[in-house]
Design a protein around this ligand. Structure first.
Ligand SMILES: [Mg+2]
Length: 127
């Protein structure tokens, strides 16, 4: 069996938490995001949700301008906007006592189930 120390040696984990357990990059990022949050309670919920929607809109806006102006999409700028989306996604996952890891796993489980049942097309959250 591979131990946490083995994984650390392989560079898989960058840090350990206060209990000495290894933390993955997503957990480290989520902790870092939490340290940047400036609002609390319902204000935080609204600010983080609106932030996610706003940053997703900035992703769309970059593509729109590239198409409208017939210019190359600046991939570096797009990566920065995707990072802004990730920030608010992590903030919301933290707010709902979840994590990027859990959100990713739930999404994979949902989409794998849909694919297995031939339900990738169509609409509805719970198909
Ligand atoms: Mg942005």
């Amino acid at each position: 069996m591979i131990s946490g120390e083995d994984l650390k040696g392989m560079g898989y984990f960058e840090m350990f938490d206060s209990n000495g357990d290894p933390k993955n990059a997503m957990a480290l990022y989520s902790d870092w995001v939490e340290g940047k949050i400036m609002t609390k309670g319902v204000t935080r919920q609204m600010e983080n949700t609106l932030g996610l929607v706003g940053e997703a809109g900035e992703v769309a806006e970059k593509l729109k301008k590239s198409l409208r102006d017939n210019t190359n999409l600046d991939v570096q700028d797009m990566k920065k906007e995707l990072g802004d989306v990730l920030f608010y996604l992590a903030a919301l996952a933290n707010l709902y006592q979840s994590s990027l890891q859990e959100v990713a796993e739930l999404n994979m489980e949902k989409l794998n189930s849909r694919q297995k049942r031939g339900k990738m097309n169509g609409s509805g959250d719970n198909r």
